[in-house]
Design a protein around this ligand. Sequence first.
Ligand code: HEC
Ligand code: HEC
Length: 214
Amino acid sequence: MPAFSALALLLFLAAVRADEADDARKRWAESPHGPLLERILPPSFDARDLPERDSSGARLTLRYCVQCHNLPNPAMHHAAKWPVIVERMVERMEGRGNLGPLMSEMMGGVKAPSATETQTLVGYLRRHGQKALDPRRYPEVDRPEGEAFRLACSQCHVLPDPQRHTAVEWPKVVARMQENMAWMNRVVGTRPIAGEPQLRIDEINAFLAKHARR
Ligand code: HEC
Ligand code: HEC
């Protein structure tokens, strides 16, 4: 029955891993700071969507990066940005976070990656990172037609390369970003409020559709 026991062991390990992620989530979700931590990253990205799901990078992301907030999407940031972010996160995991009392209350169960694991994490996130728009290729981004897109879509990450998606895909991504903005509490204005910048979805979608992947 060797095949059976190997399968049983795998199932057992998968269950343990899932439990670990659940435990981590429970710890911050139920902490008095839960509402604050929950808003750091939106819940829009699911573990099933991690690229190279069975790689060590994906597994390390699932083990370490859900201990304080929702799962980060490697495609959120461009490659150059990830090492800096991971360094800041590892400091927190090692208890040197700058949120003082908030973090130390949660620190009890938080695990930090080893130096090798950190390297794997950074490599993984960089490999699947966002590609930034090249303004030499799309000079329109600095003209009035690119303004709505430029202002709204550079608030949390670099301006994404329009070639990342097709004209059919973009409006769905933009709609999800609108939810991300509401979740993370950035500019969402859909009704005019004096002095508040407006989110001009139609203009954003028009810009992206024009330069989208064919
Ligand atoms: C010990 C708690 C903790 C762990 C574990 C943690 N983070 Fe964070 N993370 C935070 C806090 C607090 C913030 C908000 C403040 C900030 O951005 O530094 C944050 C913010 C973020 C942001 C949004 C800010 C930005 O610059 O876009 C990303 C992305 C992120 N974390 C990625 C990660 C990744 C990747 C990992 C795993 C390697 C991770 N986090 C693990 C505490 C943590
Ligand atoms: C409030 C912060 C925020 C703003 C503003 C924002 N994004 Fe994002 N973006 C995220 C987060 C968080 C992720 C990762 C989670 C996800 O994919 O939903 C992400 C990921 C992405 C990705 C990579 C994932 C994919 O599906 O390709 C693209 C492309 C993207 N954003 C485009 C945009 C566009 C276009 C805009 C402007 C309409 C925008 N973003 C505005 C937070 C933001």
